[in-house]
Design a protein around this ligand. Structure first.
Ligand SMILES: [Zn+2]
Length: 429
């Protein structure tokens, strides 16, 4: 599956034309055309009531009523008919995601382990299950481990399971779904991860309430984190959202423009990790020196502090603790400032090229921002042409598990485009 086609927002561009055409069509057809845009508005919290939905879709109250009734009949939303507020004025029906509605399996493979959860619409994730990396980290065994963990969750729920989507810590090509430069696990470049994951999910038993075959999808974790932050977190309302993150190892970046991920011609855009920020710096897995990747990840922070992390605990947690120690500890503060100066240089370079209206930082970069927000913002402003004339807002990610939340978005993509496919037994792929 290609990652790019998030359903267009109502009232913009081509979709607006489609919407105008839809007005001319017969009522049942028009209702079906509006189901996807309506569900997306409710999914992203932009239409908490039927009157808000009526305004956002630019339709009559009767049409909005028919659309919400259809989504309710599909088991996706609830329509609370009790008046919201009471008093004078016409009451509006509250719209919410049906808490018993279907789920997708969202998974993530990262340098420290595997994470899986079930995710309903509305960005509502169950608490994730975290598993250690399997002893053998070849692609098939890793993908099998995450597929089986997801299947166990699906078997344990009464809710229908409609798909399984996975976030990976390496670039994933579009549309063929191969992993490139999977440096963490030494996977061969070009490993067909989308096909392998599809096979492993197909072999796992997801229980009687899951679609069979279960649709699968796979994409890069930073891209998915950006999509999730755009829809449910710190990126809401941004037009050109740049996300930069250092998860467990290395640095990833992603750009969402008007609600769509910019993934380049083959899914490989925004590889910001190999921007040089210190020509004399630490060696990077790519063969160069001083990349953002090797200068601003958890290992770099520990190296700057002259400390060795505990190999028995997740590196990202320990790096976060080191950032928080900067408030009281001189050595930690010096290390945080060393890394922040390099992160600021990298962000300034990317901001000059992309001119984002918001920068969201996640993972260790969020901890660094919280440890010294003014220093980071000042470095970016000083080093960026646009930063000097008006600061680019730099904010922290809001979602706790943004890559997992993004995998959930990826799993929901076909159903947001065509909500009626939730009853089909097999989704449009
Ligand atoms: Zn590099």
């Amino acid at each position: 599956m290609q990652l790019s086609p998030s359903s267009p927002k109502p009232g913009t561009g081509a979709d607006h034309d489609a919407q105008r055409d839809a007005h001319r069509r017969a009522a049942p057809d028009r209702g079906r055309t509006l189901l996807g845009p309506a569900l997306q508005l409710i999914h992203t919290g932009q239409a908490p009531t039927r009157s808000a939905l009526t305004r956002a879709l630019d339709v009559t109250r009767a049409t909005a009523g028919a659309v919400t009734a259809e989504l309710e009949a599909l088991g996706l939303i609830t329509v609370d008919s009790r008046p919201a507020g009471g008093g004078r004025g016409r009451p509006s029906h509250r719209l919410a995601i049906d808490p018993g509605g279907p789920v997708v399996v969202a998974g993530q493979i990262h340098a420290d382990g595997l994470s899986v959860t079930l995710a309903g619409l509305g960005g509502l994730l169950d608490p994730p299950v975290h598993l250690p990396l399997p002893a053998a980290t070849d692609p098939v065994r890793m993908l099998r481990a995450v597929a089986q963990a997801g299947a166990e969750l699906a078997r344990g729920t009464e809710r229908r399971c409609l798909g399984a989507a996975l976030a990976l810590p390496n670039p994933v090509t579009e549309p063929d779904g191969t992993a490139l430069a999977a440096l963490h696990f030494a996977w061969p470049s070009g490993t067909p991860v989308a096909d392998l994951y599809d096979v492993e999910v197909g072999r796992a038993d997801h229980g009687p309430r899951a679609f069979d075959p279960l649709p699968t999808a796979i994409a890069n974790d930073a891209n998915l984190a950006a999509l999730a932050e755009y829809r449910h977190g710190a990126g809401r309302g941004a037009r050109h959202l740049l996300l930069v993150t250092s998860g467990h190892r290395g640095v990833g970046g992603a750009l969402v423009i008007d609600g769509r991920l910019h993934t380049g011609s083959a899914g490989l855009a925004l590889e910001v990790g190999h921007l040089t920020v210190d020509p004399q710096g630490r060696p990077c897995g790519c063969g160069n020196r001083g990349c953002l990747n090797s200068e601003t990840d958890p290992d770099a922070l520990f190296a700057a502090a002259g400390l060795t992390p505990d190999p028995g605990r997740p590196l990202l947690d320990q790096a976060g603790e080191l950032c928080r120690a900067a408030a009281t500890d001189e050595r930690a503060r010096a290390a945080v400032e060393h890394v922040i100066d390099r992160l600021g240089l990298g962000l300034a370079g990317v901001a000059n090229i992309l001119n984002p209206d918001r920068v969201v930082l996640s993972g260790l970069h969020l901890d660094l921002l919280e440890a010294a927000p003014e220093r980071l913002r000042a470095v970016v402003a000083e080093r960026s042409l646009w930063g000097r004339s008006g600061r680019v807002p730099i904010v922290g990610a809001e979602l706790r598990h943004s890559a997992l939340a993004g995998a959930a978005e990826l799993g929901w993509l076909p159903y947001l485009a065509d909500p009626q496919s939730v009853t089909a037994g097999q989704a449009v792929r």
